[in-house]
Design a protein around this ligand. Structure first.
Ligand code: 3HC
Length: 283
């Protein structure tokens, strides 16, 4: 059973990116937002990103228009009823996710797969809100979604082999690479990335090097596209703080404990690019 129509819940940074790659890959894509204003903002985000892809020579104007024509928006759940897959990318609130999936479970056809793009909650606790736990996976995309090649396909104790295969096939159909992983907090990437980012803050705090030199060291010394402090600004310090707290609670290991400087920067509103200031200032 191949996946045709896709529903995307949430049209923020991640949801918009996910809807864009689905539509580019030929899927009829319906985005559901809670508010018309958010829907319009999300559509504008997608148009801007598709425009960028045209500017970069990744897409021609016709392909951009075709992708846009495959996307529709709604503030209701009913238009998602005949989807083959619904990917959730709403705010990182367990309660919101559980309520949304419980309602969705009653609306969307029984054969459809459900997926969450959560980066911090476990898939298990979200899946339990539905009667289709064997057809529930994590599909964890990376920012910026149209560019990053990886999707983590997360399996719970309840996910069936068939669901995993369908999810992995769907991911390769998007032109991305899937990796299978267990539903442990942070999955593979954040489990390794978060301690590294937190350590970069500790190194800065201990005066090992300046912001610029720590970034330059990792960029040029290890071939990373961005230094860790630039990446923190990119991902969002508030987001990283939130994820680190959840991982620390789960594992009780020092390497996941958010350093005081991170907490203070979040409290001071220095959340990175999105707030105009993090480790660097943005115009
Ligand atoms: N659509 C399609 N392709 C696009 C595009 C778009 N909208 N925008 C850019 N591209 C392509 C470009 O054509 C280029 O491809 P090429 O190398 O084949 O020519 C490539 O993407 C890079 O684009 P740019 O040259 O414009 O940008 P940079 O070279 O400055 O790279 C970056 C920007 C991709 C963000 C790079 O700095 C990078 O990879 N940074 C690290 C990002 C990262 O680590 N993300 C993961 C964050 S962690 C996360 O998301 C998990 C969460 O749970 C916290």
């Amino acid at each position: 059973m191949t996946i045709g129509k896709v529903g995307v819940l949430g049209c923020g940074l991640m949801g918009a990116g996910i809807a864009e790659v689905c539509a580019k890959a030929g899927h009829s894509t319906v985005i559901r937002e809670v508010d018309k204003k958010f829907l319009e903002q999300g559509m504008a985000r997608i148009e801007k990103s598709l425009g960028k892809a045209v500017d970069k020579g990744k897409l021609n104007a016709e392909e951009r228009d075709e992708a846009l024509s495959r996307i529709s928006g709604t503030t209701e759940l009913e238009p998602l009823a005949d989807c083959d897959l619904v990917i959730e990318a709403i705010i990182e609130s367990l309660q919101e996710k559980v309520e949304t999936f419980a309602a969705l479970d009653k609306t969307v056809q029984e054969t459809a797969l459900f997926a969450s793009n959560t980066s911090s909650l476990t898939i298990t606790q979200i899946a339990m809100a539905t009667q289709r736990t064997e057809r529930f996976v994590g599909l964890h995309f990376f920012n910026p979604v149209p560019v990053m090649k990886l999707v983590e396909v997360v399996r719970t104790l309840m996910t069936s082999d068939e669901t995993m295969q369908r999810a992995l096939d769907f991911v390769s159909g998007l032109g991305k690479e899937g990796v299978s992983c267990r539903d442990n907090s942070g999955f593979i990437v954040n489990r390794l990335l978060v301690p590294y980012l937190l350590d970069a803050i500790r190194a800065l705090d201990e005066g090992v090097g300046s912001i610029e030199d720590i970034d330059k060291a990792m960029q040029l010394g290890c071939g990373y596209p961005m230094g860790p402090l630039t990446l923190l600004d990119f991902v969002g310090l508030d987001t990283t703080y939130y994820i680190a707290n959840i991982m620390f609670e789960e594992y009780r290991e020092k390497r996941f404990a958010p350093p005081p400087l991170l907490k203070q920067m979040v409290q001071a509103g220095r959340c990175g690019r999105k707030s105009g200031r993090g480790f660097y200032e943005y115009g």
